[in-house]
Design a protein around this ligand. Structure first.
Ligand SMILES: [Zn+2]
Length: 379
């Protein structure tokens, strides 16, 4: 819509429509001039691994030289190396680092993120990560939706005792997180080297019985039946999906599982970008997120994800914008509250100095001027 007006108060958006039809009662409000700008819903990054210690730039170089993700993991790199650093880090150090990431995300138009644990893989550190998210949610403006990802991989000390770790997850960790209400979702990495679909089913059923909503890292590096599993356990989303099969996609559509595509991770792992039309043909709703993590997606630049969605997956700019707003809200079960500029929703929106959504995405310029409003306030 061109020449539009948006009216909000602390409670949310109260009116939106053509400026020429602005009701008299709102003409007294002090306006913010948005001429030569576009106004978009606050961006929602619905898949991040926000809090962790250290980076893995050494593995970035190894991968350039031909090592695969699974080879690096097999020699103790990958997730295991971040787990060791995160266990050793203090709460305050993890909190401060994540706070700075969030600050930069906010400047780039992000108003809500999902944030996963998963670099603790023991009760103490998983709780520490989720408490970092709890405190961040209470002390800075960006909304945080926390996810328990204790089933990220089998930790080193349980390598010869998988069943022992799964028992720990189901009998101690999930109940402890549920009791303290520290996570909305439970997620699991279904992949060779992590968890099989059969193991995942047991863990997810236990999580569901404790009241968690479900997510799955599915079919990223190989077709592990993750999409079909997501459908059968009624997960809210299945994320990655570079190797998804068509039967899995049809099952996802039937069960209304949102597909979350993570094109920055696809770029870094040199996997295939699945054409959007495969999801469209199956009738699956698609969201886009950053997958910000120290290994396979060390960037939280959603604008880069949008560009890749258009150039590599075949989204139009408007489809890409929906994928990081209303569809991302669906992937977090928040579509009634955020994700679009409609009366009654939260006043989370962004002013971008751009001629159009297309011009914003195509003229890729991460330092472009943006003004982010969270619950009606400029952040
Ligand atoms: Zn992830």
């Amino acid at each position: 819509m061109f020449d539009a007006a948006l009216v909000w108060n602390e409670g949310g958006i109260v009116w939106v429509g053509p400026d020429s039809e602005l009701p008299l009662e709102f003409k007294q409000c002090s306006p913010i001039d948005a001429s030569n700008q576009i106004v978009i819903p606050g961006l929602i990054d619905c898949h991040t691994h926000l809090a962790f210690a250290g980076w893995r730039a050494d593995e970035f170089v190894e991968r350039i030289q031909g090592a695969t993700y699974l080879e690096i993991a097999a020699r103790g790199g990958g997730i295991a190396s971040t787990v060791a650093k995160t266990r050793a880090a203090s709460f305050d150090a993890l909190f401060e680092r994540a706070r700075l990431f969030l600050h930069d995300m906010g400047r780039a138009g992000v108003t809500t993120i999902e944030a996963k644990s998963g670099y603790g893989l023991n009760l103490e550190t998983e709780i520490k990560l989720l408490e970092v998210y709890q405190r961040l949610g209470a002390t800075q403006p960006i909304s945080i939706v926390p996810t328990f990802l204790g089933a990220h991989t089998i930790p080193t000390e349980f390598k010869t005792n998988r069943a022992g770790y799964i028992e720990l997850l189901c009998k101690e960790m999930l109940p402890a997180v549920a009791k303290r209400n520290l996570a909305k979702f439970c997620d699991i990495f279904v992949e060779q080297g992590a968890f099989s679909a059969e193991e995942a089913r047991d863990i997810l059923q236990q999580a569901a019985s404790l009241g968690f909503k479900l997510k799955i890292h599915a079919d990223q590096l190989s077709d592990g039946g993750g999409a079909a599993l997501a459908a059968s356990v009624r997960a809210i989303s299945a994320d990655h999906l570079e190797h998804v099969n068509d039967t899995g996609l049809v099952a996802m559509a039937k069960a209304e599982v949102v597909a979350v595509l993570l094109p920055i991770a696809t770029l870094y792992t040199k996997e295939n970008f699945i054409p959007l039309r495969r999801f469209d043909q199956a009738g699956v709703i698609t969201a886009i997120a950053s997958d910000f993590n120290p290994g396979t997606s060390p960037s939280f630049c959603l604008q880069l994800a949008l560009l890749l969605a258009c150039t590599q997956h075949g989204f139009t700019p408007e489809q890409a914008l929906r994928a990081v707003t209303i569809n991302a809200a669906r992937a977090l079960c928040l579509e009634e509250e955020i994700g679009s500029l409609e009366t009654g929703k939260k006043a989370d929106f962004v002013l971008v100095e751009a001629d159009s959504v297309s011009e914003w995405i195509y003229h890729f310029n991460p330092s472009r001027r943006m003004q982010t409003f969270k619950k009606g306030k400029l952040i």
